[in-house]
Design a protein around this ligand. Structure first.
Ligand SMILES: [Cu+2]
Length: 492
């Protein structure tokens, strides 16, 4: 309470000083008038209210034709969904709006935004949003912590024009971003962006899966690879092949193409390049400064760039991260198909359609032959061995490889007093999931553990494994015990 009043006072002071500075700096009359009319528009008039049009990549909302600020209502829904990461490979993505990257938001400098963040009731985790276009604590994250089945609202004013990344900032932040929680928000300058023929939305991200590139099936997140910054996949628009074949971007010769390029990371910096094109213009880092005649532009993690070029001659132009193994072996490759009249003066050669197909895109490994076919454990040691595999697949992403957890987010299950105090309660946690405040080794946790789809046998095995690791009390959990607990509904 005290701190928030203090913060407000400091903010108010900041704004007051900022305004004073503005007054003294406007020596020319025109600028003064502009400020005055803006003040009138912002202060004494109620802004017209409009609902933001949001789009999925690679589409971009229409340019803003308005010449005045508005109150723009943005409604963004977080969902956790299983989708394709590559052919035969699935991943549980956490999304802003149902796919990766999140919906494209387009507003105008000076707009007042009423931002609604909804977290779908089926979500397992709380989420929030940090928009880099926001001037304020956490870019909105501080005001939008949203539990599953909840909606939060906050307002902000778009002070600076530019192309900005937004992302989830809920702990563990890296994991939320690695699961796909990022997108772009464009704040168009007051005067608008110059008109072009085609606009597209392309966003890079790196993904960390347990299995190698191409290993089939539903792949869990791998915290160890993420910490080492060694991604299994680097992709544009959320999956290998999201911008190739039928889904390639298109343009006609003579058209000007504008790409809104973002990089969600979480780790890598992109050396964004279009093979066979030169960017006539690059709005560096998504800001106001325009560079010209650029081959490759750096897009930082949590950053963006706007690139523009004229499609002079027909053919297939390949979008890559020019850290080139990422393109040909990890997925960071897209395509722009330009159709229309040849211009032999600009380019005379033969155009080959196939040379740029990703080398690794069709690599399909057979399922791991060592994978056990739902075996049944005969002994306690057998249970421990089988339980280890269940743990790696289902628990490790949150509770970590040594069961140590992540402070503030995932409680430890190594030497856990909560776990060791009550076996039936622990079975219940895994069988039913867990929500609400608990205390583990003196630390409070108030989060959600998802209900996992595991058989009674698998739960018995994984808990026997956990109980016989990391200083826990060494008991065996049987399938019969699990069956009994499963039949009793959760106590809260
Ligand atoms: Cu999140």
């Amino acid at each position: 309470m005290k701190t928030s009043t203090k913060t407000k006072a400091v903010q108010f002071l900041g704004i007051a000083i900022y305004c004073l500075g503005l007054l003294f700096s406007c020596t020319d009359v025109k600028k003064e008038r502009e400020i005055a009319s803006a003040a009138i528009a912002a202060g004494s008039k109620v802004l017209p209210q409009i609902e933001a049009e949001l789009t999925n990549a690679p589409n971009v909302p229409r340019p803003i034709a308005r010449k005045y600020p508005a109150k723009v209502v943005v409604r963004l829904e977080v969902t956790e969904v299983v989708q394709k990461l590559a052919d035969g490979v699935e991943y549980t993505f956490w999304t802003f709006g149902g796919s990766v990257p999140g919906k494209f938001i387009r507003i105008r400098e000076g707009d007042e935004v009423e931002f609604h963040l909804m977290n779908h009731p089926d979500s397992k985790n709380p989420h929030n949003i940090d928009l880099h276009a926001v001037s304020g604590p956490g870019g909105g994250a501080a005001s939008t912590f949203t539990a599953p089945g909840h909606e939060t609202i906050f307002d902000f004013k778009a002070l600076n024009p530019g192309l900005y990344v937004y992302h989830c900032a809920t702990a563990p932040v890296g994991m939320h971003i690695a699961n796909g929680m990022y997108g772009l928000i464009l704040v168009e300058p007051k005067e608008g962006l110059p008109a072009v023929d085609k606009e597209y939305y392309v966003m890079q991200g790196d993904f960390y899966t347990k299995g190698d590139f191409g290993a089939p099936g539903l792949q869990p997140f791998d915290m160890t690879k993420a910490l080492k910054e060694e991604p299994t996949y680097v992709v544009f628009n959320g999956s290998v092949g999201a911008l190739t074949g039928e889904k390639a971007l298109t343009a006609q010769t003579g058209e000007t193409v504008r790409l809104f390029v973002g990089n969600g990371g979480p780790n890598l910096i992109s050396s964004f390049h279009v093979i066979g094109e030169i960017f006539d213009k690059v709005y560096q880092e998504g800001g106001s400064k325009v560079n010209e005649n650029v081959q490759t532009t750096l897009v930082p993690a949590g950053g963006a760039a706007i690139t523009e070029f004229k499609a002079d001659v027909p053919g297939n132009y390949v979008l890559v991260d020019h850290s080139i193994f990422r393109a040909f072996n990890k997925g960071a490759l897209g395509m722009l198909k330009v159709q229309g009249k040849e211009d032999k003066k600009v380019y005379s050669g033969q155009i080959m359609d196939k040379i740029y197909l990703p080398e690794g895109a069709t690599v399909q490994e057979m399922p791991d032959s060592k994978a056990p076919l739902a075996p049944v454990a005969a002994t306690k040691d057998g249970r421990i061995a089988l339980g280890k595999a269940v743990f790696t697949q289902n628990c490790q992403a949150c509770h970590q490889a040594e069961g140590q957890g992540i402070k503030g987010a995932f409680p430890p299950i190594a030497k856990s007093d909560y776990l060791n105090a009550d076996v039936n309660r622990a079975i219940g946690v895994v069988a039913h999931g867990l929500e609400g405040q608990i205390k583990v080794n003196g630390e409070l946790y108030n989060s959600t553990m998802p209900k996992l789809t595991l058989t009674d046998e698998q739960i018995a095995n994984v808990l026997t494994f956990v109980y016989n690791q990391w200083g826990n009390k060494g008991v065996e959990v049987t399938t019969e015990q699990v069956k009994k607990v499963r039949a009793t509904p959760p106590s809260h």
